[in-house]
Design a protein around this ligand. Structure first.
Ligand SMILES: [Zn+2]
Ligand SMILES: [Zn+2]
Ligand SMILES: [Zn+2]
Length: 334
C-alpha cells in the first residue's frame, strides 16, 4: 500500500483525535512492534473469510477479525467463523488458557466463551508440528510456525497466557476508539468530498472523473484516514498531476494500474481507436486476432473466457463450458 500520505503512518498513534489506544506491550512472541500495530489498524489486510485483500479495518478487535464485505463478515460471525463453547470444552484446556476469547451471556444467565474458529484450528496445527518435532519429523506446517518442541511450546503458552489480559484490554479499547474514529472520519470525508467538488467546479471538470484520478484518489483516501482536511495548498501542489491524469482519462488513456468501467471509452492498446470498455474484447476479436481478448490492458478480467481455438468467435464460456466446448468441437475423436 502507498505510504505517501500526508502524515507518516507512525504519526497516527500520536496526538490525533480521537487517540488510538497505545499498543499493548506483551511478553509473548509475535509481532507487536509499533509499526506492526499501526499496520494492523490502518494498513488493511486479507479478509479472514475469503483471503481477499481489503483496506477495511478489523471489525472485531478482540478476536481480530477483518472482513472484505458484509457477506464475509456475516460468515465470520456465524458458527463457521466462531466457536461458541457452551460445553466449556476449552475452559480447562491448555489452549483455552491463552487463546483470545470473549464472554457471551445468554438470556437465561448462562455464560460461554467465544473463540475464533481460525485460532483454534491454527493452535491445533501448531501443536501437531511440535508433536512431529518430538518424533524427529522436522516437516514444517505451511503456516510457518517457529520450530518448537512440546516443552518450548508450553513455555510460549505460558507467556501467551500472561499476555492475554493486556491484549484483551487493548481489544476493548480499540473497539471504543474505532466507533468514535469511524464517525469522525465520516464527517471529515464529507468535508473533503465537498472540497473536491468545489475544486472540480472551479476547474470545470466532472467531479466523478476528478475523484477517479489516481493522485486524487490516493490523497483523498489518505486525508480521510488521517482525519485531515484537504486544503487549497494540497490541491495546488497536486493540481497539475491530477489534471494531467484527468486529461488522459478523458482521452481514453487510463493511468497505469487502473481499470476501465463498462461505459468508459478506452484507447485500444493495439490501434488508435477509442472503444467502450465493455466492447473492447469484441473489438480485439474482430481486429486483433493475434491478441488475447481475455487479457487486454486496462480492461477488467472476466470469469468467462474465449475459446483460444475459435479466433473468430466472440462467445465466452465459463471454465466448465469451455471444457465441454473443447470436448465437442475440438477433440480429435469428433
Ligand atoms: Zn472476504
Ligand atoms: Zn484496436
Ligand atoms: Zn473453440
Amino acid at each position: 500500500m502507498d505510504t505517501s500520505g500526508p502524515l507518516h503512518r507512525e504519526t497516527y498513534l500520536e496526538g490525533l483525535a480521537p487517540c488510538v489506544p497505545p499498543r499493548p506491550v506483551v511478553e509473548a512472541s509475535g509481532n507487536y512492534s509499533q509499526s506492526a500495530y499501526a499496520l494492523f489498524i490502518f494498513g488493511g489486510g486479507s479478509c479472514n473469510w475469503c483471503s481477499k485483500r481489503t483496506e477495511l479495518e478489523p471489525f472485531h478487535w478482540i478476536l481480530r477479525f477483518r472482513a472484505c464485505s458484509r457477506t464475509c463478515r456475516d460468515l465470520l460471525a456465524s458458527d463457521a467463523g466462531v466457536y461458541l463453547d457452551r460445553s466449556k470444552e476449552y475452559d480447562n484446556h491448555p489452549l483455552g488458557k491463552w487463546l483470545p476469547r470473549v464472554q457471551r451471556t445468554f438470556h437465561n444467565g448462562e455464560q460461554a466463551h467465544v473463540y475464533a474458529a481460525r485460532d483454534i484450528k491454527y493452535a491445533k496445527r501448531e501443536q501437531q508440528q511440535a508433536y512431529r518435532m518430538e518424533r524427529g519429523n522436522r516437516e514444517r506446517d505451511p503456516l510457518g510456525f517457529p520450530c518448537r518442541t512440546v516443552a518450548q511450546l508450553q513455555q510460549e503458552y505460558l507467556k501467551r497466557e500472561q499476555s492475554r489480559p493486556a491484549l484483551y484490554q487493548n481489544g476493548v479499547d480499540l473497539e471504543v476508539w474505532h466507533k468514535q474514529y469511524v464517525s469522525e472520519r465520516a464527517i471529515v470525508s464529507r468535508k473533503n468530498y465537498e472540497f473536491v467538488k468545489l475544486m472540480s467546479a472551479v476547474e470545470d471538470k466532472k467531479l466523478q472523473g476528478i475523484l477517479r484520478c489516481p493522485t486524487m484518489a490516493r490523497i483523498f483516501a489518505a486525508f480521510n484516514r488521517d482525519l485531515a482536511l484537504l486544503t487549497h495548498t494540497v490541491w495546488m501542489v497536486n493540481r497539475t498531476a491530477i489534471l494531467m491524469e484527468f486529461k488522459y482519462m478523458m482521452d481514453g488513456i487510463l493511468p497505469e494500474g487502473t481499470l476501465g468501467r463498462r461505459n468508459d471509452k478506452v484507447r485500444c492498446s493495439y490501434c488508435p481507436r477509442l472503444i467502450k470498455a465493455k466492447g473492447m474484447s469484441d473489438h480485439v476479436v474482430d481486429k486483433h486476432k493475434d491478441q488475447n481478448p481475455d487479457a487486454i490492458p486496462f480492461i477488467p478480467a472476466r470469469n468467462e473466457k474465449h475459446c483460444p481455438d475459435c479466433p473468430d468467435s466472440k462467445r465466452v464460456f465459463t471454465k466448465r463450458g469451455l471444457a465441454d466446448h473443447k470436448l465437442h468441437k475440438h477433440s480429435k475423436q469428433s
